[in-house]
Design a protein around this ligand. Structure first.
Ligand code: ZN
Length: 268
């Protein structure tokens, strides 16, 4: 995939009438649709009466559809601000991920606002960065994450991208997308901060498994860290990102901290 004349070369382009003049791009804003399917959301985002749009849709299967050229304004962020700037549509490329968003527990199932039921394995319970209580969120399939990642990589290669933000960060209180199921911090770390010129020394075990019946999962390394989900169950697989003293920062799949002595690694 490449970008030519501000369009992806190998993705369908279904132009949205909901677009404005040229923009000065230095930001990518990530969203979830909160909709039933990529197709139904594309229909809304290309409907002139809806008055909303985004540059790109990424389906759950990782299929990409472009709707607005990357140098034109799409109407995805609405009332928004970041730093000193307001009206983030003027500075940003908007990427929508097909995902139902927040789910409510009902018996054995988890239900979206539009009434679809999802099995437990597609759901995580986690605290949103703008909230202090857990809720249920639909996961983003690996194919979708990978497609979004490659797309961001391509955009960074083609535009002077300085910020990669969630809608929840530019419209806090009003918006909760993409939410805690999306690895936004990891995207930023890998796409904007990583120094690609040097290979990182690989001294961490990489993967681990929870070795105790219930392991507290916190937002900081230390017992002062707030618990960000229910305790992790024995056998839960963790990806270790960092070590700080007696603590590991892990992905499970949300990012958090656990005490290193309570996990089993290949080395231990
Ligand atoms: Zn949004």
């Amino acid at each position: 995939m490449q970008i030519q004349h501000h369009k992806l070369t190998d993705a369908p382009f279904k132009e949205s009438p909901n677009q404005g003049g040229p923009i000065t791009v230095d930001t990518i804003i990530i969203h979830y649709t909160g909709g039933a399917s990529a197709e139904s959301s594309i229909e809304t985002l290309t409907n002139s009466e809806a008055k909303v749009s985004a540059h790109v849709m990424v389906s759950a299967e990782g299929d990409i559809t472009q709707m607005v050229p990357f140098n034109a304004k799409a109407w995805h962020a609405g009332k928004s601000h970041y730093g000193d700037r307001t009206g983030m549509n003027q500075y940003s490329i908007g990427i929508e991920l097909d995902n139902p968003g927040v789910l409510k527990k009902s018996g054995q199932n988890y239900v979206s606002w539009f009434g679809r039921k999802y099995p437990e394995e597609e759901v995580i319970e986690a605290v949103h960065r703008n909230e202090d209580f857990t809720r249920f969120w639909h996961i983003f399939p690996e194919e979708q994450i990978n497609a979004a990642y490659s797309l961001c990589e391509l955009l960074i290669k083609n535009y002077d991208i300085k910020y990669l933000l969630g809608h929840e960060e530019v419209s806090p209180g009003r918006k909760t997308d993409p939410g805690p199921a999306f690895p936004l911090d990891k995207f930023r770390d890998k796409l904007l901060l990583e120094d690609r010129s040097s290979d990182e020394p690989d001294t961490l075990p990489g993967e681990a498994e929870v070795a105790v019946p219930r392991l507290n999962f916190r937002n900081a390394p230390g017992t002062h860290g707030q618990k960000i989900t229910q305790p992790l169950k024995k056998g839960t697989l963790l990806k270790i990102i960092r070590k700080e003293g007696d603590w590991y920062q892990v992905e499970a799949p949300v990012k958090g901290w656990v005490m290193s002595k309570y996990v089993k690694t290949d080395d231990s």
